[in-house]
Design a protein around this ligand. Sequence first.
Ligand code: GDP
Length: 314
Amino acid sequence: MAAFSSLTDRLSSAFRHLRSKGRLTDADIDGTIREIRRALLDADVALEVVRPFTARIRERALGEEVSQALNPAQQVVRIVNEELTTILGAGVDRPLNVAKNPPTVIMLAGLQGAGKTTLAGKLGYWLRDAGHTPILVAADLQRPNAVTQLQVVGERAGVPVYAPQKGVQSDGGEAVASPGMTSGDPVAVARDAVELARTKLYDTVIIDTAGRLGVDEDLMRQARDIRDAVHPDEILFVIDAMIGQDAVRTAEAFDKGVDFTGVVLSKLDGDARGGAALSVASVTGKPILFASTGEGLKDFEVFHPDRMASRILD
Ligand code: GDP
C-alpha cells in the first residue's frame, strides 16, 4: 500500500536485524522496539497510539512468548502483526449497517477535500454492483461546484443523484423527481431524498454533506441537523490518509460533533506518510469500514484490520 510503503520498509529493516540472531537478548528486543517506535512516529502515527503499542510489544516480546520460541524473530513479527491489527480496529470491525426497513441511510462527513464526493460514487457503484438500488444525495450546498461534481460522479457510477434544484437532477437515465424540494436547505434536501427513496424503492441513500477546510462549529451543526432529520444507519467519517498529525484532532472533533459510526480512510494510494490514519480507529474506538485507494470508481475496498496489518508488514 503506497501510503505505508516507507513504514513497511522501516519495519522490515527493524526485523532484518533480528533475523541474524539465534537467541534474542533483552537488548536486542529493546533495540528493535526503538526502531519500530521511530518508524511509526516518522510515519505520523500519533504518539498516544505509539506509546501503548510499543509497550505491549515489549511486554510480550520480553515475556515467555519469545524467549522460549524456536524462531524468536518470527515471534516478534507475529506479535507486532497482532498488535497492529488491534490498533487498526480488530474487535470493532464489522460490515456496513443495513436498515431493517429500507432505505438504509448513509451519511458522509469529513473535511473539504477528504474524498467524500468521490466515495459517494464508489459506494454507490459497489452497492449497485451487489444488486442494491442506491441513490446519491447532494446535501453539500456550501461549495458551488459540489452538486455538479456529485452528478458527474453519479453519471459515471450509473447511480441516480438527488439534487437541490429542479433541472439539475440526473440518474443516468430516468429522471428523479423532486416535488416541493426546498432549494438551498441541506436538511430538507436530505429529508426529501429519504422520503423519495422510500416511495421509489431505492434501498440505500448516500448523503454527501458539506466539508470545510478546518473543523468548524457551523459545519458540525449542519451535519448534526441532517443527522437528526434522517437518522442515518451509518455516519461515515472520511479522512484523508495524508492529513498528517492533524488526523487525531480532526477525528476527535468529528466524533464529538456528529458521533460518527465508522471511518473511511481515503487516498491510501498517496506516497506521503499515511500513518496518521492508522491512529484513528484506536483513538476513536470506531471501526474502519472502507479504504479508498485512488480516483477511479473501483479504487475502493472493504477494510479488514488483519489484512491491512499483514500488508503493512509485508
Ligand atoms: P470532498 O470535498 O470530501 O467531497 O472530496 P472529493 O471527493 O472532491 O475529493 C477531493 C480530491 O481528492 C479530488 O480531486 C478527488 O479526485 C481526490 N480523491 C478522492 N479520493 C481519492 C483517493 O482515494 N485517492 C486519490 N489519489 N485521490 C482521491
